[in-house]
Design a binder for this molecule. Sequence first.
Ligand code: ADP
Length: 395
Amino acid sequence: MKILVLNSGSSSIKFKLFEDQVAIASGLVEKIGNNQSKIELKNAKTGTKLRRDTYIADHEKGLKLINELFQESGILHDLNDIDGCGHRIVHGGKNLTEHCLVDDFVLAEIDRVSAIAPLHNPAHLAGIKTMIKAAPKVPNVTVFDTAFHKTLPDYAYMYALPYDYYAEYNIRKYGFHGTSHSYVSAKAAEILGKNHNEFNAISAHLGNGASVCAIENGKSIDTSMGFTPLEGLMMGTRCGDIDPATMPFIAKARNLNPDELDAVMNKQSGLYGVCGFNDFRDIIDEIQNGNDLARLALDMYCYRLAKYIGSYFAILPHTDALIFTAGIGENASIVRKLTCERLKHLGFEIDTEKNDNANGETLISTPNSKVKIFIIPTDEELQIAKITENIISKK
Ligand code: ADP
């Protein structure tokens, strides 16, 4: 089966084409609507790349170019020849809790939820509509970041705000990165020869956005992101948990409106806000150059991460594994080391040599560690392709 996976952002489209669950091509359309827009396609078999620097006005033009580069590279005769298209959707809201085939209801719901996911859902919708237009016979499947967290109990997803806000606006914790948390936890269970339905884990997805998830019997029971992807851990440019009262204070002190406050919390905070760098590679370099704010950012990051892992260890009846994944989780050995060292008394014992030399999927705990500690590279696109294949096979 040939499955195309699309991750449509406001000015980009990430795409990956799978044949029988093996990636055969991938690429990126960037800076849509900007004079510097471009598209690049990489053939996974040959490693050859095709690139075009051209004005790409909108998502429709972007998808047209993806099709043209597929044809030019000989990878695909036409978009209509694929068996299905899987779309990554950040927010499914309260009604879209299962990955599903796209229909009018699904389109209307994604649109409705745009009010609480304005940076993501409108772009996802544009991607789906463009695909329907370009290849009308190809079934489209939506895969929601929020779906894995549908099992959160009410006492975990409710905020202690007036109940009306939940009743009227559905303000509650939704959680994100579900595709990744479910993929890496299933993989860890498989490595340990355990059934995912009987497996308890804490997974830490640490990319530009970052979240931790508590998984009991293969199901999400709590997660650090909330109503939006802002809550929880300190991230690249997002503040994560803060005292909510700081925001009205800052609004008054700096005369900022709600949109400006939103930008402070989402774009000017986190690692970047503390030390001026949001890429961990730069932060590690800066620490070596003696930059004390970079040291502070690293210490804050690991301390807060350890607190979340510790709290999830407390609510799980037992923990089989801790999993690190995504750009920082997979590559920044110092983050794994500093975080696990704080958790040693709970039975998380990291093998520093294995941790320093890890490459790809690796068990990095000592044989005596009560909790197995893994690095498991995430593959959200593969997971979306598998889910898409599964759903269209049942059609
Ligand atoms: P996202 O998909 O959320 O954009 P990624 O999962 O690709 O993010 O993670 C991106 C982050 O991973 C970068 O900001 C960088 O800080 C970190 N990262 C990537 N490679 C390394 C590395 N070799 N060492 C340390 N950090 C890394």
